[in-house]
Write a protein that binds this ligand. Structure first.
Ligand SMILES: [Zn+2]
Length: 244
């Protein structure tokens, strides 16, 4: 009897986990928590914001910065405090090259929500680590895996933060072909979009993923969108294009 109950519990947990993985791979969980966040703006001009999460990475961030520099594009990097502390010179380069830096918590827990104390600590510790490395005080927050509750959103506003999600997800953490990524983005892009990429991270760890496809995607995406008349802006700049 006990064995049977254990088996049933295991199966429920297994299918719940599987469902969650399939949901995040094939859908975009950010869509369901967009209320009271910045994920897209209504813009009359063709502007988009490229954003990169989970870095800085000593392997991939420099290559992404090179690609952005070659394309003449400024982007926004939502850094993890632990990575900014570990690779301060990479974080500094991001700031020095004129990109914007946002806060993506200190260590990217896989939790569905934080207690108020945990959230204050995660954001505060990341803010301090990013500030020590770059001299930048973050004011935009992006929750890991887009798991955020309305209570957390309110707390972040009280802490002086604006929560930033995205309207277009490159799915670069599960897509292994840059042509697919670029074609998908070109098919769906609209003025005012915030596009999600990753310059670090992994499927199960905060770093170690291969971001070769992300690097390759940037120059082609930028070239094609420039042909269509698009400009690339940081999150702060994007807000200036908001139609009132
Ligand atoms: Zn992340």
């Amino acid at each position: 009897m006990i064995k049977k109950i254990t088996l049933i519990m295991f199966l429920i947990a297994f299918f719940f986990a599987l469902g969650l993985v399939l949901f995040t791979v094939f859908f975009d969980q950010a869509v369901i928590v967009r209320k009271n966040t910045l994920y897209h703006i209504r813009a009359n001009e063709k502007v988009v914001a490229l954003t990169f999460d989970d870095g800085p990475s000593p392997v991939w961030t420099p290559r992404i910065l090179d690609a952005l520099k070659a394309s003449g594009v400024k982007a926004t990097f939502f850094m993890l405090g632990m990575h900014a502390r570990e690779y301060p010179q990479v974080a500094r380069r991001v700031a020095e090259e004129g990109h914007e830096i946002g806060n993506h918590t200190f260590d990217h827990h896989g939790l569905f929500y934080y207690t108020p104390e945990e959230l204050a600590k995660e954001v505060g510790d990341a803010e301090n680590a990013i500030f020590s490395a770059t001299g930048v005080k973050t004011k935009y927050f992006r929750p890991p895996k887009a798991w955020i509750t309305s209570r957390e959103k309110k707390q972040l506003i009280n802490m002086g933060y604006k929560t930033v999600l995205w309207s277009l997800n490159s799915k670069d953490w599960v897509t292994f072909d840059d042509r697919y990524i670029v074609n998908y983005l070109l098919r769906h892009v609209q003025p005012g979009d915030i596009i999600l990429f990753h310059d670090s991270g992994g499927v199960f760890r905060p770093e170690g993923g291969n971001r070769k496809e992300t690097v390759k995607s940037i120059s082609r995406l930028v070239e094609k969108l420039k042909e269509r008349g698009y400009r690339f802006v940081t999150i702060s700049q994007l807000l200036e294009f908001q139609v009132k």
